[in-house]
Design a protein around this ligand. Structure first.
Ligand code: PMP
Length: 463
C-alpha cells in the first residue's frame, strides 16, 4: 500500500506501508494513518510532532506507574546483566520467578496455592481454560468441560480466549467461538435492566438465567464461569449490586469453577488490590497481567487454588509431564520488573491513592450526567465509562455509523487527551499515579471534547 503523498517518507507513511495493526480498521488506516507516539513522561505521552497528551487510559489500561518510572528501568537492566533469560520447563527455575510466585500467592484475595507465568492476558486465560479441562480430566469427569463467559466479556484474542470474549468483532470472520464455550447475560443494568426492576432484581434474574443455562446444558457438562470483576473492553461495566453473591451461589450448587479475569482490575484499579475483593468474588483461578509490570514488559500470572494444584499433581502421576508452558512465560527480566512494580505499589500505598482519587474522578464525571449527550456514567476506583445517548429519556443509542464516541475521542486528541471509544462509551483508566491537577486537566479536556461533539452533531443535523 502506498501512503498518501503528503506524508512523504515519514514514520506515518512507512507505518501505512509496512505495519499491520491490531484492532484497527485496515482500510481506514490507509488514509487516517497512525498517531506515532515517541516519548512518555509521567502520565503524558508525546507524538512525533511534539504534541503532548494526558494518557487517560494508561495505554491499554496498563501503565499504572506512568511512562518514566526509573526504578523499573533499573530493575530490568540489573536483571538483564545478571541473567537475561532462563525458563521454568523441566524443573528449571530462577530467583525472580520464585520471588514473584511467593509474593503473588501472599497477595492473592483468597488462599491460592501456586502461580503459573505466561506473557499476556490471552495466554493467561488460555492457560486457565486448559487447567480447568485438565482438572476435570484428573477428577475423572471428562464430560465436564463447557465454559461460560458473558456477552461483552473481554478475555483476549488467542483462539480459546477469543472464544470466551463476547464481542462480535472477535468471532466474526475468525470462525469462533470454538465448541464448548457458552455465553450468558451481560450484567449491564442501565442497558439490560427491565422497567421497574431494581439492580438487585436484575442480578437475581441474571443468576436465574445462568442457572437455567447450566441446567439446560447439564451441570455434569459445565466446568467453569469466567468473569472480569468490572468488564473493561466491553464498555466498563461494573456488576449490579448482589450480582457476584448470587452468581457464586449458582456456581457452588453445580460444582462450577469461578475464574476471575483480573487482567484490568488487578493491582489496585478498583480501589482494592483485586477487583475480587471489591465485589466479594472467591475465584478458584485468578488471571492477571498488565499492571503486574505496569506494562513495562510482557508478563501474566495465573493463580490456582490448592484443589487445582492437587489435580495437576494427581494427573502428572498418571500421565507424566504437565504439557503446557511458554518459552517466555515468567521471563526473568519481566519478573524482576514485576517485583519492583509491586514494591512501588506497596511503598506508595497505591490502593489508598486510588481510593483518595476515586471520588474526584467518579464525582466529576457524574456531573456530566446533566449534559444532553450523557446517558450513564459508571465506574469504580480509577476506571470509568461515560455512555453517550441520542435520547436520554428513552436511552436511544446513536446510529453506530456516526461513531459518536470515536468522534469525541478524536476531539479529545485535539485537546491533548487520549481516551478510549467502546461503542458509544468513552472509557477512562488513567495511570494510578496521576495527581489531582493532572486528573482535573484530563477531565476538563474530556469536557471540551464532549461539547465539541455536541456542536458537531448539530452541524451534522443529527440534533
Ligand atoms: N482479559 C482482560 C480483562 C483484558 O482487558 C485483556 C486485554 N485488554 C485481556 C484479557 C487480554 O490481554 P492481552 O491483550 O495481554 O492478551
Amino acid at each position: 500500500m502506498q501512503a498518501p503523498a503528503h506524508l512523504g517518507n515519514s514514520a506515518a507513511s512507512r507505518d501505512i506501508a509496512y505495519h499491520l495493526h491490531p484492532y484497527t480498521n485496515a482500510k481506514a488506516h490507509e488514509s487516517v494513518g497512525p498517531l506515532v507516539i515517541s516519548g512518555g513522561k509521567g502520565v503524558t505521552v508525546t507524538d512525533d510532532t511534539g504534541k503532548s497528551y494526558i494518557e487517560g487510559v494508561a495505554g491499554l489500561w496498563c501503565t499504572s506507574l506512568g511512562f518514566d518510572e526509573p526504578r523499573l528501568v533499573d530493575a530490568a537492566i540489573a536483571q538483564m546483566r545478571k541473567l537475561p533469560f532462563y525458563h521454568a520447563f523441566a524443573h528449571k527455575s530462577h530467583e525472580p520467578a520464585i520471588d514473584l510466585a511467593e509474593k503473588l500467592v501472599a497477595l492473592a484475595p483468597v488462599p491460592m496455592s501456586k502461580a503459573f507465568f505466561a506473557c499476556s492476558g490471552s495466554e493467561a486465560n488460555d492457560t486457565a481454560i486448559k487447567l480447568v479441562w485438565y482438572y476435570n480430566n484428573a477428577l475423572g469427569r471428562p464430560e465436564k468441560k463447557k465454559i461460560i463467559a458473558r456477552t461483552k466479556a473481554y478475555h483476549g484474542v488467542t483462539v480459546a480466549a477469543a472464544s470466551l470474549t463476547g464481542l462480535p468483532n472477535c468471532h466474526r470472520d475468525f470462525d469462533l467461538p470454538i465448541a464448548r464455550v457458552l455465553h450468558t447475560d451481560c450484567p449491564h443494568y442501565y442497558r439490560f435492566g427491565q422497567d421497574g426492576e431494581t439492580e438487585e432484581q436484575f442480578a437475581t434474574r441474571l443468576a436465574d438465567n445462568l442457572e437455567a443455562l447450566i441446567l439446560r446444558e447439564g451441570p455434569e457438562t459445565v466446568a467453569a464461569f469466567f468473569a472480569e470483576p468490572v468488564m473493561g473492553a466491553g464498555g466498563v461495566i461494573p456488576p449490579p449490586a448482589t450480582y457476584f453473591e448470587k452468581v457464586q451461589a449458582v456456581l457452588a450448587k453445580y460444582d462450577v469453577l469461578l475464574v476471575a479475569d483480573e487482567v484490568i482490575c488487578g493491582y489496585g484499579r478498583t480501589g482494592n488490590m483485586w477487583g475480587s475483593q471489591t465485589y466479594g468474588m472467591r475465584p478458584d483461578i485468578l488471571t492477571s497481567a498488565k499492571a503486574l509490570t505496569s506494562a513495562y514488559l510482557p508478563l501474566s500470572a495465573v493463580l490456582v487454588s490448592d484443589a487445582i494444584y492437587k489435580a495437576c499433581v494427581a494427573e502428572s502421576e498418571k500421565i507424566g509431564v504437565f504439557g503446557h508452558g511458554f518459552t517466555y512465560g515468567g521471563h526473568p527480566v519481566s519478573c524482576a520488573v514485576a517485583l519492583e512494580t509491586l514494591k512501588i505499589y506497596e511503598e506508595r500505598d497505591i490502593v489508598a491513592r486510588v481510593r483518595d482519587l476515586s471520588p474526584r474522578m467518579q464525582g466529576t464525571l457524574r456531573r456530566y450526567l446533566d449534559h444532553p449527550l450523557v446517558g450513564e456514567v459508571r465506574g469504580v476506583g480509577l476506571i470509568a465509562g461515560v455512555e453517550l445517548v441520542a435520547d436520554k429519556a428513552t436511552k436511544q443509542p446513536f446510529d453506530p455509523k456516526l461513531n459518536v464516541a470515536g468522534k469525541l475521542v478524536a476531539f479529545a486528541h485535539q485537546h491533548g487527551a487520549i481516551l478510549r471509544p467502546i461503542g458509544d462509551t468513552v472509557g477512562f483508566s488513567p495511570p494510578l499515579v496521576i495527581n489531582e491537577g493532572e486528573l482535573d486537566e484530563l477531565l476538563a479536556r474530556f469536557g471540551k471534547a464532549l461539547d465539541d461533539t455536541a456542536d458537531w452533531l448539530v452541524r451534522e443535523g443529527v440534533r
